[in-house]
Design a protein around this ligand. Structure first.
Ligand SMILES: [Zn+2]
Ligand SMILES: [Zn+2]
Length: 224
């Protein structure tokens, strides 16, 4: 039987049961990214390993990649809400227990760039807002305007990873204000990791100005 107090609680974003948190405990553990390779999402792994063997041997432009959730169910709805449904205030529901334990020695959090025409349509930059929320929770400052991005007139939605990477390389660059600076440890962030093209292009640029570079994404989208 549900108590009156429980009935008053807002629903879990994933299963609609009353929950004190964005997700109830059961859904939180189901959605959490675990037992899968963080790079390809495929082979089941032991808890101690983050990547399958083939992925672990691939050279990547970052040192360490971390992901909070599988991009499905309630977390997909949550990201849709703050990104495309004009509800950026929902980011306040993101709490420390939704995030991996991080090494807090970062100089700055750096958000990836979004396509400028999408930012115009949304009227806010959702990745920068996510960076600000993470900054509040982790107490790490955000490095704003690290990149410049030109408008790209074709839709990138149906491009494969390689083509997307080629186009992104043409439109994204380091901004003049950071080009001559040197950092020790930066954390690049994005909302959803899909092909990895966005992270790769931004990481390669940041590599020019930082010694160590880690990456964090809220969701990991896996191909069915
Ligand atoms: Zn639930
Ligand atoms: Zn893998």
């Amino acid at each position: 039987m549900m108590t009156t107090l429980q009935k008053l609680l807002p629903p879990c974003q994933n299963c609609d049961e009353p929950s004190r948190d964005l997700f109830c405990e059961k859904c939180l553990s189901e959605l959490r990214f675990h037992k899968a390779c963080i790079t390809c999402g495929k082979a089941p792994l032991s808890r101690s390993l983050r990547e399958c063997l083939p992925c672990a041997t691939l050279k990547k432009p970052w040192d360490h990649l971390d992901v909070s959730f599988f991009y499905e169910g309630g977390i997909r709805e949550f990201i849709f809400d703050f990104k495309d449904r004009g509800k950026p205030e929902r980011l306040r529901e993101l709490e420390l227990n939704h995030l991996p334990k991080m090494d807090m020695k970062y100089d700055f959090i750096v958000p990836v760039t979004s396509d400028p025409s999408q930012t115009e349509r949304r009227m806010y930059d959702s990745t920068t807002l996510l960076a600000k929320r993470l900054s509040d929770l982790w107490k790490i400052p955000v490095l704003p305007h690290a990149f410049e991005r030109k408008k790209f007139l074709l839709s990138q939605k149906n491009l494969d990873a390689e083509t997307r990477k080629k186009f992104l390389k043409k439109v994204v660059s380091l901004s003049p204000s950071v080009k001559s600076r040197e950092f020790n440890h930066l954390l690049l962030i994005d909302d959803v990791l899909t092909t990895g093209a966005t992270l790769e292009v931004h990481s390669k640029l940041l590599r020019k100005i930082t010694d160590k570079l880690d990456v964090f994404c809220l969701g990991r989208a896996l191909k069915a």
